[in-house]
Design a protein around this ligand. Structure first.
Ligand SMILES: Nc1ncnc2c1ncn2[C@@H]1O[C@H](COP(=O)(O)OP(=O)(O)OP(=O)(O)O)[C@@H](O)[C@H]1O
Length: 365
């Protein structure tokens, strides 16, 4: 697990959420085996989600968001190695067999994918999809009860009862996505991962889905991890946000706080890259995310970080718990903690990286 240190000043009293997390992830790793070596797609990640809470998971393409979402639910593909703890109601999901996980998926754990057409069976009517899902997990339901529950879930998604016996191809893309969500939610799972649920949908459908997800957590206390590229959705729909970079969570905290006062340079750069009405010029983060077979030493963001110091290239920064309640894995916060910088970097660790490199080149000349 990554080191976790606390900033010298204690967090103000009364800011901690006392309700117990429904899901607690500790030191989770999901590595894909490849001929070049393991791709460390998720590499020691910690987070909690509480009942009724929505955690937004953001970061550039390829940083490991989907791998994390699937890894948490025990849905990492064959050949991926999963290690660490995913504590769900007292059970470590990582240690469960496929069969045990299968039993939890649906009634307890839900996943909403981004491509509904690949998940809905084109030969089955929508009514049959609901009957199969409900009968598998709640075999005691009568036919009428199945119909009642299914229509209630569909109504919540704005799909009229008259479409209950239609086939998937008879719906628009946005409707199919809402049907998929209704299918995932008809069992009222305690924890749901929604992986880009609104990608490829128009903004009105997107807004409707976000509203539905908000209703869900209000009505059923469902805890949700929402994976998205859309920072606007996170600002609107999420209580907390976790920012991923190269397989790690570099910053997490209250969504409003992180957006208003981002602490990690990667979060700052990511937010600057977002287009808004007040955008005057396009900003992008120079360079590309690293190769996850051989990630950079120290902080994985250091080769692209405008604020990198010498220590950043050499030593991995610990997670620092800030007064705001956020955590940030950056030497700019960790350097203030007594003893955090290892002695061998104590004298020159705070020098800007580029400057330090120039000096060492000049020394050699
Ligand atoms: N089956 C696989 N085998 C090997 N590497 C994989 C596999 N699936 C994903 N990866 C690699 O793992 C890393 C994380 O991928 P992942 O899809 O989790 O990222 P992501 O943040 O969800 O990306 P996006 O936002 O584009 O969906 C990437 O480097 C990707 O190339």
């Amino acid at each position: 697990m990554s080191a976790h240190v606390t900033s010298p000043e204690p967090a103000p009293a009364g800011t901690a959420d006392t309700s117990r997390p429904v899901l607690s992830v500790r030191d989770l790793r999901v590595w894909y085996g490849t001929p070049r070596g393991p791709v460390r797609a998720v590499d020691s990640v910690d987070f909690d989600v509480r009942p009724g809470e929505t955690l937004g998971l953001v970061g550039e393409s390829g940083c490991g968001k989907s791998t994390l979402g699937r890894g948490v639910l025990g849905l990492a593909p064959e050949g991926a190695a999963v290690d660490g703890e995913v504590n769900f109601r007292g059970t470590n999901l990582v240690s469960l067999s496929k069969k045990q996980l299968q039993e939890l998926r649906g009634p307890e754990l839900g996943l909403i994918f981004q491509e509904p057409m690949t998940r809905l069976n084109p030969l089955m009517r929508i009514s049959e999809h609901f009957a199969e899902t409900l009968k598998t997990h709640e075999p005691g339901l009568t036919k009428d009860q199945v119909r009642e529950r299914a229509l209630e879930a569909l109504r919540g998604m704005g799909i009229p009862p008259s479409r209950y016996h239609n086939y998937p191809h008879e719906f628009s893309g946005g409707m199919r996505q809402r049907i998929m969500i209704a299918l995932a939610l008809v069992l009222r799972p305690a924890f749901v991962v929604a992986d880009e649920p609104t990608t490829a949908l128009d903004v009105l459908v997107e807004a409707q889905i976000i509203r539905i997800l908000a209703d869900l957590r209000r009505n059923f206390d469902t805890a949700l991890v929402l994976i998205t590229h859309n920072l606007g959705i996170v600002a609107e729909a999420c209580d907390r946000v976790a920012v991923m970079y190269a397989g790690r969570i570099v910053e997490q905290g209250d969504a409003r706080e992180v957006f208003a006062r981002p602490q990690h340079p990667y979060t700052q750069e990511l937010l600057r890259s977002t287009i808004s009405l007040s955008t005057t010029g396009l900003h992008y983060i120079p360079g590309a995310p690293p190769d996850l077979v051989e990630p950079p030493t120290g902080c994985r963001f250091h080769p692209r970080c405008p604020k990198a110091m010498k220590v950043c290239a050499a030593v991995e920064p610990p997670d620092v718990l800030l007064n705001s309640g956020s955590t940030s894995a950056c030497w700019h916060q960790a350097q203030n903690i007594a003893g955090a910088i290892p002695p061998e970097h104590a004298t020159d660790g705070r020098e800007p990286l580029a400057l330090a490199e120039e000096i060492s080149v000049a020394d050699e000349a």
